[in-house]
Design a protein around this ligand. Sequence first.
Ligand code: PBG
Length: 327
Amino acid sequence: MSAEFPVARPRRLRRSPALRRMVAGTRLHPADLILPMFVKEGIDEPSPVASMPGVVQHTRDSLRKAAHEAAEAGVGGLILFGIPAVKDARGSAGDDPDGILQVALREVSAEVGDAIVVMADTCLDEFTDHGHCGILTESGDVDNDLTLERYASIAVAQARAGSQVVAPSGMMDGQVGVIRAALDAEGFSGVPILAYSAKYASAFYGPFRDAAECAPQFGDRSTHQQDPAGPLEEALREVRLDLAEGADAVMVKPALAYLDVIRAFRDEVDVPVAAYQVSGEYAMVEAAAANGWIDRERTIMESLVAIKRAGADLILTYWATEVARRL
Ligand code: PBG
């Protein structure tokens, strides 16, 4: 091809793997990744989660082993979810010092807490018999302020058990402020809060509700989680409130369907932004790959790069250990 002026050739920088690697604008690092893990009380063997191939409900032993593996792979953090043997209306296991999550936090942080950040999801849905994220009124609504008292107590129990970060995920108004005050009052002013600031009422959580056995027995979470069609300003309002209440890092959830919210957060705030690649995002890729319809590894990496490029500093992903090893 001849031209009177040099033709622009962006392809020059794509000619070899080494060139592409050198000019890459988005790099994943194992320390960016956070592994969500489930631990179930009273089981002898890890129990596979049918809708999340490769993910299990751990025993205390298998949890410790998997936590070591994540730490060895260089994964930045773990976030633990507990499934108690007994559930009740107020989620008593959530702040019981001998509750499964507290026991697991103690064991895991004692073993790997120097090598990897051990965190807890701070919510009630795994612990309530009705599966809702809070205390219910007689008419079956989640009572915001009664729930806040429970969250404060749960966060303190988690910190006491060795959780190095608490991550309130219930989307109650005022939850970050109440938890901050309770942690400070109990001597845990050094424990950061990773706030699930923009958490949408998403169909992508479906498989998680099997994994954590927390599907609501009636109704849904759309009076507290954000409407997927809600305005972007609503997410920005939530994140500003969380920061004003003392959040140390903020989260968007789910990830791939909300890349615009991740970008908006990154441009808006001056704290780390995390994104949660949720159970449904995981299950879709695993299911398609199992059918031979997509290239599993490439799809995983591409989705993570997209989330990072959108502005996430940290990514919660069920693939954390596998991906960290590959990086
Ligand atoms: C609430 C919580 C949920 C998830 C994380 N924390 C479930 C929900 O809001 O219904 C979902 C995570 C996932 O889907 O991977 N404790």
